[in-house]
Design a protein around this ligand. Sequence first.
Ligand SMILES: [Zn+2]
Length: 313
Amino acid sequence: MFKQYLKEEFPFATNFFESALKHGSDKFFHSFLLTGSNPVAQYDLVLEIARYLNCQNKEHFETCECLNCKWIKENKHPAVITISPIDYLEGHSDGKPKSVISVDQIRHLKNALSLTSPYHRIIIFTGAEEKNEEVDTPFSPPTTKDSDEKRNWLPTGLSQKIFKASPSNAILKSIEEPNDKVTFFFLTSNKDDMLPTIISRSQCINVISNKIPSLDISPVENLVQKIPPRNEAEAVILAQEFIDLSKSYTLDSLIDMLLEHFKRLLEKNSENKINAMKIINIIQKINKAKLESLSYVSSIGLLESLFLSLVKK
Ligand SMILES: [Zn+2]
C-alpha cells in the first residue's frame, strides 16, 4: 500500500498504519505523534495516509490518479492542512512567516475545522525550514491558498521551541473531541521535546528506520591504500601505523573498518572476476585476524602476521 522505500525502510510504522487503515477510517485514532529521526519520511508517510483515506479508487491505490490522489500528491488538497511556522500563512495576522507556530494559526485552523467537509481531513503539525535552493523531497511542499507557487521547504519536526504551550493548549480540545474524519499528526524527531499534554492525547508511533547507520571508515582511508603491501618491510611498517592508530580507536573497530572498506570495494568490483577474487582473499584474511584477535596476546604480532600474509607474491 505504501511507497516501496517507506515499506523497506520503516516496516514497523508502515505495517502499523496499513492494518489500522484496513480496519476503516471511523476506527482510526484521532491523533498521532510520529517520532523518529526522519521528519521528511514522516511527512511523506502522512501524505500517503491522507491519500488512502480520501482515494476514490482504493483497489488501485498505488498508482491511482483520482482527483483526490492527484491533488494530495501535488499537496494542494483542502483535506490536508500543514501547520508549521512558515506555512498556512493566512493564519498569521501579518501574513509573514514566523519562527513559531502561533495561536493565530490554531484559531484559524479551528475555524476551518468547524466547517463540514466531504473529506477525511488530515492536520499535520511540523517544524519547517525554508531553503534557498531546490530541495529533493518525495512530495511537493504545501501550497498556500493564495499562491500556487512552489516553495523550497523541508519538514523538520516539532520542538517546544517552535510549538509552545499556548498554541499547544489551544488545540487540545480539538484533539480530545475531534469531528469525525479528522486526524491530527504531530511530527517530531524528539518525543521528549514535546509538551506532555500533546503526548498523552496522541498515539505515539516510532517511524524508526531499519537501516543500520553506515560505519565511518575515514580513519583507515589512507592506510587501506597500502594494502596489499609490496614487500615484507612495507607490511611491518603498515602494522606499526595501525598500532599508532589504535591509540585513538580500538583494534576491534579498526579491523571492522578494514572489513567494511574491502566489502565496499568488492561491491564496486563485482563485475570484475579477477579483482573480486583478490578482494575476497583479503577479506578472508582480515576475518581470520578478527577471530584470532580474541586470543592473540600482542596486537602488533597480530597485525604483522595479517599484513605479511597479504604481501603481493
Ligand atoms: Zn485515488
